[in-house]
Design a protein around this ligand. Structure first.
Ligand code: NDP
Ligand code: 8X3
Length: 252
């Protein structure tokens, strides 16, 4: 029987790339997200790659909907080997004292509470089976704040602490916890951050070759494939010309 990976926020970017990578790598995939049409087309693509696919449509901020979705998972899909807590976003790039409080709520509810909700629902099964891998998508933004990053950076710092806490609490089990902290990855991330302003989003990746979702999926797959006695606890993955959240060398 193939191992099973559940990926949140699989309808775009890093999550979508992880779905493809794990399907190629011999997993059956549970893809979750909020956009039914995108989930369906990704499911068709993954099936074409030989994976069995289950789609779950819910918003990670809605703990009741997440509970119902997890409860709807058929018996043969319940032994989830890998949970990739990827769904997340940045909204806005403003000085903290001028920030949009609704944006703050959405980031906190998605990046922190959504990740915790999925962890709470999926990890007990892993503990029961004494087997499993949690991969949280943190960020270089969680290592240190950068200008106008404030609340987004704080949510990713929380992902680091939550990952560390889970790793400590699971140290007496064989369940492994990985926090992947990407730098600049060209996905829909900046379009979302700038509320649909495509031009401003493109500016983020100007003069530098950014990472791709596939680069991050490779790291996630490596963490999940490492020998059982090896726990890839944390990985910072930067573009070659990025040195930290705020030090980026751009050509031109
Ligand atoms: P994308 O915008 O391309 O993808 C984000 C995914 O998360 C989408 O599928 C989106 O679905 C989903 N999502 C957002 N909110 C929710 C929600 N409430 N419920 C369910 N799904 C949701 O960006 P990335 O692929 O870049 O982002 C993925 C993760 O990587 C995020 O956690 C982000 O913070 C992190 N990250 C990204 C970096 C980058 O530079 N791109 C760098 C470091 C970390 P929908 O379309 O429905 O919103
Ligand atoms: C996304 C990377 O540097 O834009 O987490 O915050 S950054």
């Amino acid at each position: 029987m193939k191992p099973i990976a559940l990926i949140t926020g699989a309808t775009s970017g890093i999550g979508e790339a992880c779905a493809r990578k794990f399907a190629q790598g011999g997993y059956n995939i549970i893809i979750t997200g909020r956009k039914a049409d995108l989930l369906k087309s990704l499911a068709d693509q993954l099936k074409g790659m030989g994976a069995d696919v289950l789609t779950l449509l819910f918003d990670v901020r809605d703990a009741k909907a997440a509970r119902a979705a997890v409860d709807s998972i058929p018996q043969e899909w319940r032994n989830i080997d890998v949970l990739i807590n990827n769904a997340g976003l940045a909204l806005g790039l403003d000085k903290e004292h001028e920030g949009d409080m609704e944006d703050w709520d959405i980031m906190i509810d998605t990046n922190i509470k959504g990740l915790l909700t999925m962890t709470r629902y999926i990890v007990p099964g892993m503990v029961e089976r004494n087997s499993g891998q949690v991969i949280n998508i943190g960020s270089v933004a969680g290592d240190a704040a950068y200008a106008k990053g404030n609340v987004y950076c704080a949510t990713k710092a929380a992902v680091k602490t939550i990952s560390d806490g889970l790793r400590i609490d699971l140290a007496d089990t064989a369940v492994r916890v990985t926090n992947i902290k990407p730098g600049l990855v060209e996905t829909n991330f900046s379009v979302t951050r700038f509320h649909g302003d495509q031009q401003r989003a493109e500016g983020v990746y100007k003069g530098i070759k950014p990472l791709t979702g596939d680069d991050i999926a490779d790291v996630a797959f490596y963490a999940a494939s490492a020998p059982k006695h090896v726990q890839i606890a944390e990985v910072l993955v930067l573009a070659t010309h990025q040195a930290s959240g705020s030090v980026i060398y751009r050509e031109g």
